[in-house]
Design a protein around this ligand. Structure first.
Ligand code: APR
Length: 249
C-alpha cells in the first residue's frame, strides 16, 4: 500500500464545536523530518538494534553497557538535529490558542521544548535526563552515562537512562487521562498506534465526546478509531491544519 491509495484517503470533517480543550499526542513520526529515525521502519530495526535488545529492563540487566551506549548515542544525536516545521507549528499554535492545551509526547528527544512548547509531558521519559535506579531521583543529563557516572543522591554508579522501557509504566498517566476525559479535540500525530497505553488515548477522548483526528504519513493500526484523518508528512500537513483551527476561533 502506498500513502496515495484509496485506503489512505484523507477525510476532512468540520469540527462539531470550536475546540476549547485540546490534547495532542505525538510520536516518532513528528521528529522524522528532523532526521531522528522512527522505531518501526520497514527493516524492523531501530538504529540497527532490535527494540528488545535495548529497550527493556531485562536488556539493561543483561548488558548495561550496550544499553547505556545505545542511549548515549541517541542523546549525542540531539546535538545534530533541530525542530522542524511540525514542532514549530505546535509551539506557535499553543501560544495563540486561547483555550487549554496539553501536548503529550511519546518521544524522548527534546525537539518540542526546543521549538517552544510549554505544556508538555514526556510520557516515555527523556534522553536528557538520568534516573537513580535506587532512589528514582531524576537528574538532568547532557553527557554520556558511563560506568563511572555516580548519582548525586547516593554517590553510587546506579544511574540509568530516564526512559520508559517496555514492561514499565509510562509517566504522568493520571494527568493525561484526566486531560483526555475533559478535552473536546484530540490530535494524534506521527504515531503508529502499536504501543499502549498511548494507542488507547483516542478511545478515552472519543468516549468523552471529543472530536478525534489522526495526522500521519500513512494510516495507523488504529486509524478506524479516529473521526478524521489527514495523511502526509507532519511538516506539510500540520501547519495548515492548526492554522485552520485558529481561523475558526
Ligand atoms: N510525518 C508524519 N508521520 C510520519 C512521518 C512524517 N514525516 N514519518 C513517519 N511517520 C509515521 C509512520 O508512518 C509511523 O506510523 O510515524 C509513525 C511512527 O511510528 P513508530 O515508529 O511506531 O513510533 P511511535 O508510534 O512513536 O512508537 C511508540 O514505541 O518503541 C516504542 O517507546 C517507543 O515511544 C515509542 C513507542
Amino acid at each position: 500500500m502506498t500513502a496515495h491509495s484509496s485506503e489512505h484517503a484523507t477525510t476532512h470533517r468540520t469540527h462539531p464545536h470550536l475546540p476549547r480543550r485540546i490534547v495532542v499526542l505525538t510520536g516518532a513520526g513528528i521528529s522524522a523530518e528532523s532526521g531522528v529515525r522512527t522505531f518501526r521502519d520497514s527493516d524492523g530495526l531501530w538504529e540497527n538494534h532490535r527494540i528488545e535488545d535495548v529497550a527493556t529492563p531485562e536488556a539493561f540487566e543483561r548488558d548495561a553497557t550496550l544499553v547505556q551506549n545505545f542511549y548515549n548515542a541517541r542523546r549525542a544525536q540531539l546535538n545534530d538535529v533541530h525542530p522542524n516545521p511540525a514542532h514549530r507549528a505546535l509551539a506557535s499554535f499553543e501560544q495563540q490558542f486561547p483555550g487549554e492545551f496539553l501536548l503529550v509526547t511519546q518521544n524522548v528527544d527534546d525537539l518540542h521544548e526546543r521549538a517552544g512548547s510549554q505544556h508538555l509531558l514526556h510520557m516515555h521519559g527523556e534522553l536528557k535526563s538520568a534516573r537513580c535506579s535506587r532512589t528514582h531521583n531524576v537528574y538532568q543529563q547532557h553527557t554520556d552515562i558511563t560506568p563511572d557516572s555516580r548519582c548525586p543522591c547516593c554517590n553510587t554508579p546506579t544511574l540509568r537512562p530516564h526512559i520508559v522501557w517496555f514492561g514499565e509504566m509510562p509517566l504522568f498517566m493520571d494527568d493525561i487521562v484526566q486531560a483526555l476525559e475533559q478535552c473536546d479535540l484530540f490530535l494524534s500525530i506521527g504515531t503508529s498506534g502499536h504501543v499502549y497505553p498511548a494507542a488507547g488515548f483516542v478511545e478515552i477522548a472519543s468516549q468523552a465526546g471529543a472530536h478525534t483526528v489522526e495526522i500521519n504519513l500513512e494510516p495507523s493500526r488504529i486509524k478506524d478509531n479516529f473521526a478524521e484523518h489527514r495523511y502526509g508528512k507532519a511538516g506539510d500537513v500540520l501547519p495548515g491544519y492548526l492554522q485552520s483551527l485558529l481561523d475558526a476561533q
